[in-house]
Design a protein around this ligand. Structure first.
Ligand SMILES: Cc1cc2nc3c(=O)[nH]c(=O)nc-3n(C[C@H](O)[C@H](O)[C@H](O)COP(=O)(O)OP(=O)(O)OC[C@H]3O[C@@H](n4cnc5c(N)ncnc54)[C@H](O)[C@@H]3O)c2cc1C
Length: 401
């Protein structure tokens, strides 16, 4: 006989696990039989492991959410690097010039702007919470299709098992099979950039500052790590990223030193390398009857502002809240009108961030003298405009309190 649940979450990434943790702890949780299914084996991160390649800038608001669901202690007990300042500048200027953007935690009365955390550590910590709840977890179990009949939906696993649910949450990332099987269309556009990612050891201290230098080929992000290294996210041409993957340590250190304008002195290659093609995506519908998409399954943004995982966490809060409220009012959480409340809450906010990041990337990746002038003037104005600065920082901090 097929197994039956109220909610099946496909994907144990940050977004899917956050929904699971929130639903498992919500007021109406006795009414919910939950399961999370993931294609991969369970992620485990230990303090003795080297810092993993994939890290994310987690905004203060997201850290507060993780604290509320009980996962943050495990993150900071392992490692997370707080950053209390951010510098953004254009290749035609310097990080300490008047037209560089500067954000300092002290200016906004917060103790830090955010934390650099390994993706796998976040996943491991939220899993720790979910495992203490009454939630069934299924690893190494890729789903291969989705079947729908009236009010019941089922996911089909690779081994042939079928799992029924009132609501299937697609949290299965950028190449979401739930999205595909549900026939949900998305608008996609290529950035024509590949993000080369690695850890490097800088000659000078990173001083807990997150830095971003805009080059004509794309932005170069330098995120501070607890062990003094920096995580470099170099959004550049496919050719340059491919070159970086196979360059010697000396060649890589020298190229990135030049690309960073030596703001941290010499850079020495000191970690694994990876390359991620960048494309933007936004689905036309977040929901259908019995189906909802969260996180990268619904949207993909340029990593230049470090918002992808943060947006996924905000989706999770919104969807869990809609489901909990529906149950409180005796409504059926798989109904489209119920799920549309979630779509209305998140689609506009995510679209704004997506278009802002795409526009910013284009504005900086241009050779036009007029646009160059406009962006330096714009950055200067931004630095000197209290309300606009405050608004942008509030969005970036993602604070809920
Ligand atoms: C270079 C780079 C830098 C970034 N930096 C930042 C940053 O600084 N800050 C930030 O907030 N974001 C950042 N992001 C974005 C962030 O990494 C993603 O937005 C986030 O990890 C997406 O989480 P998710 O849970 O939606 O999806 P994923 O993390 O992709 O999780 C999807 C899960 O679904 C599972 N799955 C997939 N298919 C199936 C299937 N068929 N059956 C079962 N399970 C399946 C997968 O195994 C996986 O566990 C960055 C992205 C890139 C590329």
């Amino acid at each position: 006989m097929n197994k039956r649940y109220h909610v099946v979450i496909v994907g144990a990434g940050v977004a899917g696990l956050a929904v699971a943790a929130l639903l498992a702890q919500c007021k109406q949780r006795e009414q919910l039989k939950l399961t999370v299914i993931d294609a991969d084996a369970r992620v485990v991160r230990r303090a003795s492991d080297d810092v993993a390649l994939r890290v994310s800038a987690i905004a203060t608001g997201s850290a507060e959410l993780l604290q509320d669901i009980g996962a943050w202690l495990a993150v900071i007990a392992t490692r997370a690097c707080a950053y209390d300042s951010m510098r953004v500048w254009d290749e035609s200027s310097t990080d300490d010039s008047g037209d560089a953007l500067r954000f300092d935690a002290a200016d906004f009365a917060v103790s830090q702007l955010g934390f650099i955390v390994e993706n796998d550590l976040l996943v491991d910590a939220i899993l720790g919470v979910v495992e203490r709840q009454d939630v069934d977890l299924l690893f190494s179990a890729p789903i291969v299709s989705l079947e729908t009949a009236r009010n019941t939906h089922q996911v089909v696993l690779q081994d042939g098992r079928k799992i029924e649910a009132d609501l299937i949450i697609g949290a299965d990332g950028a190449h979401s099979l739930v999205r595909e099987c549900a026939g949900i269309e998305s608008r996609e556009w290529e950035y024509e950039q590949v993000a080369f990612v690695s850890h490097l050891r800088p000659e000078k201290s990173h001083a807990n500052i997150a830095r971003q230098r805009f080059l004509a080929t794309g932005p170069l992000g330098m995120l501070p790590l607890v062990d003094g290294r920096i995580s470099v996210v170099w959004s550049t041409t496919a050719e340059q990223a491919q070159w970086a993957m196979s360059a010697t340590d000396e060649e890589l250190g020298s190229a990135l030193g030049n690309a960073s304008d030596h703001v941290l002195g010499r850079l020495s290659a000191a970690g694994p390398r990876g390359a991620f093609p960048l494309r933007s995506r936004h689905v036309k519908d977040y929901v259908k009857a019995g189906i909802a998409l969260v996180g990268d399954a619904a949207h993909a943004v340029h990593p230049l502002a470090g918002q992808g995982a943060n947006l996924g966490l905000q989706d999770a809060v919104s969807l869990a809240d809609v489901i909990n409220t529906a149950l409180q009012h005796g409504e059926y959480p798989g109904d489209r009108p119920v799920l549309r409340r979630y779509e209305r809450a998140r689609k506009g906010a995510n679209a704004t961030m997506l278009h802002f990041m795409t526009g910013l990337n284009r504005l900086f990746a241009t050779d036009s003298a007029l646009l160059k002038e406009l962006r330096t003037t714009g950055m200067w104005l931004f630095n000197h405009s209290g309300p606009i600065r405050e608004h942008v920082v509030k969005v970036a901090l993602g604070t809920r309190r």
